[in-house]
Design a protein around this ligand. Structure first.
Ligand code: AP5
Length: 222
């Protein structure tokens, strides 16, 4: 991997997936989402998908060993040689150390870690109104960004669905898990001078602009 490695950090619903899809268009690097990889396994009914389901439906993290193995396999593929936008990984200090080790084995390191800050109330509001396209994965929000036709994707016409873990009880538990397991990464990447905070409660376009600025600045400095 010779290019830019961006780690998007932030609570559930902070807009990591939304922003990653926009960054892909500008940077041309692939978007690797650990949540999407697990959901793909689930849709294919693999053993890993079944294992992940038991954690995802409770809003808990899938164990580090299987998560690390799955993501490392993905980012070792040729399309990630020029860089990657990581969304939802790493989520624990163990995962962060595994990523660091894998990158340093190739003479690389994480370029920048934008922390997308969004308050808890906004997270709940967003996630309970989120709808996702079954076909192309486009993300909508019934309150902020509804599709033109109810239940239908503007991009490909596919059916929209609500993720099982987007009910209010599971969202609360995902937030708890974020503060307990993932928030230590804020200090971890701050200490490595990789962290840049972005206000995630601004309009989508504004958040993208600030993310791009942070990424370009980090590339210049590296
Ligand atoms: P995952 O799929 O990664 O979920 P998440 O991190 O909880 O994040 P989300 O996908 O819910 O939100 P997002 O930040 O991408 O927001 P989005 O752009 O969609 O993980 C799911 C589960 O898989 C985990 O709970 C865990 O079990 C497991 N897992 C995954 N990775 C793991 C790992 N590394 N280790 C262990 N287990 C793991 O936006 C949300 C909504 O807000 C949308 O409706 C969108 O339209 C709207 N929106 C976005 N931006 C804005 C804005 N600026 N203004 C208004 N609305 C906005």
């Amino acid at each position: 991997m010779n290019g830019t490695v961006v780690v998007l950090l932030g609570p559930p619903g902070s807009g990591k997936g939304t922003q990653a899809q926009r960054l892909v268009e500008v940077l041309g690097t692939p978007h690797v989402s650990s949540g999407d990889l697990f959901r793909h396994h689930l849709s294919e009914d693999t053993d890993l998908g079944q294992l992940a389901k038991s954690y995802m439906e409770k809003g808990e993290l899938v164990p580090d060993d299987v998560t690390v193995k799955m993501v490392m396999e993905r980012i070792s593929r040729p399309d990630c040689e020029e860089g990657v936008i990581l969304d939802g990984f790493p989520r624990t200090l163990t995962q962060a150390e595994a990523l660091k080790g894998a990158l340093s084995g190739r003479g690389q390191e994480v370029t920048v870690v934008p922390l997308i800050r969004v308050g808890d109330e906004e997270v709940v509001r967003r996630l309970t109104a989120r709808r996702v396209c079954k076909e192309c994965g486009a993300v909508y929000n019934l309150a902020f960004n509804p599709p033109e036709e109810e239940g239908e994707c503007d991009v490909c016409g596919g059916d929209l669905y609500q993720r099982e873990d987007d009910n209010p009880e599971t969202v609360q538990h995902r937030l708890y898990t974020y503060y307990k397991e993932t928030s230590p990464l804020i200090g971890y990447y701050f200490a490595q001078d990789r962290l840049v905070e972005v206000d995630g409660e601004q309009p989508v376009e504004q958040v993208s602009e600030e993310l791009l600025e942070a990424i370009h600045e980090a590339k210049r400095a590296s």
